[in-house]
Design a protein around this ligand. Structure first.
Ligand code: HEC
Length: 110
């Protein structure tokens, strides 16, 4: 009975964790790749705005403009760059990682 419980618990945790980690991994990758400029809550870093001479709202990924953007739109900005933001190529950030980063940014869109 005890072994069965352990086996069942192990199976449950395998089933449970993959769904949980997507947003968490997205958070880790976001914090590594985007946080310096876009801030921990993706509202933008004031000092980077000053340094790059962009309006702070351009670094805010939680604006209505960005909420309305589709995932494909956001992916395009990251891959092609926009204004002062340099493109981030696939060898620096894979498609899967970028998708997870976007789901993390979406958690600030609520
Ligand atoms: C070195 C600093 C830097 C990093 C790192 C960075 N960005 Fe940016 N990002 C910028 C700047 C500066 C802009 C404003 C560009 C402009 O339009 O002039 C910007 C703009 C954007 C925009 C468009 C915002 C808007 O309102 O139009 C999106 C979306 C975006 N970044 C996503 C990301 C994501 C996702 C990451 C991480 C994978 C990332 N950025 C990493 C500097 C950065």
């Amino acid at each position: 009975m005890r072994t069965l419980t352990i086996v069942l618990l192990a199976m449950l945790s395998i089933l449970y964790f993959p769904c949980k980690t997507a947003a968490q991994d997205g958070k880790t990758i976001y914090e590594k790749r985007c946080k310096t400029c876009h801030g921990v809550d993706s509202k933008g870093s004031a000092s980077v705005a000053k340094m790059t001479k962009v309006d702070p709202s351009m670094l805010d990924l939680t604006t209505d403009k960005n909420k309305k953007r589709t995932d494909a739109d956001l992916i395009e900005i990251v891959r092609k760059g926009q204004g002062k933001m340099k493109p981030i190529p696939k060898d620096k950030l894979s498609d899967d990682d970028l998708k997870m980063v976007i789901s993390h940014i979406r958690t600030f869109h609520k």
